[in-house]
Design a protein. Structure first.
Length: 152
């Protein structure tokens, strides 16, 4: 049981810290309600005159997830390789490849969910048929073109 005593003490200290933080915040926080000016969004001193047209798309958060994935890869991979530089050999190469594959497949998953597709979906229109003299005359009509009504 003495092996678990530091864990229990740390847990109790964490719970006490969280509880005291909430209690202190409740006692020390101002009691009055914020004004409309304080509740309004603030962006570089510009007062907004209308609501934003739309919320942030989910793709914004997917790009943030991509950043976190690659950031975590570097944070864990580089120190691990430095510490075990002389002991890695083939095992280290295999471990790095497995880790890189996991990161790569998570990247592919995010890209397949549209993480890098910004803006509205673009729909391709069918191409117009090739222009010929007959199709142009049929579309404009005989006698209605740019030179109609001018004497030759």
């Amino acid at each position: 049981m003495s092996d678990y005593l530091p864990i229990v003490v740390l847990f109790v200290l964490g719970v006490l810290f969280a509880g005291l933080s909430f209690l202190a915040s409740g006692l020390l926080a101002p009691r009055k309600r914020p004004t409309a000016a304080k509740l309004a969004p603030y962006e570089c001193g510009i007062v907004p005159d209308r609501e934003p047209p739309q919320r942030f798309p989910v793709r914004f958060y997917l790009v943030a997830m991509i950043f976190i994935i690659f950031d975590i890869e570097i944070v864990f991979l580089y120190p691990w390789a430095v510490v075990f530089r002389s002991d890695l050999h083939t095992f280290g190469l295999i471990e790095v490849l497995v880790f890189a594959a996991a990161v790569f497949f998570s990247f592919l998953y995010l890209v397949s969910n549209g993480a890098l597709n910004w803006g509205p979906a673009k729909h391709l229109r069918p191409a117009m048929p090739e222009r010929t003299t007959e199709s142009t005359i049929a579309r404009v009509g005989p006698g209605q073109g740019p030179g109609a009504g001018q004497a030759a």
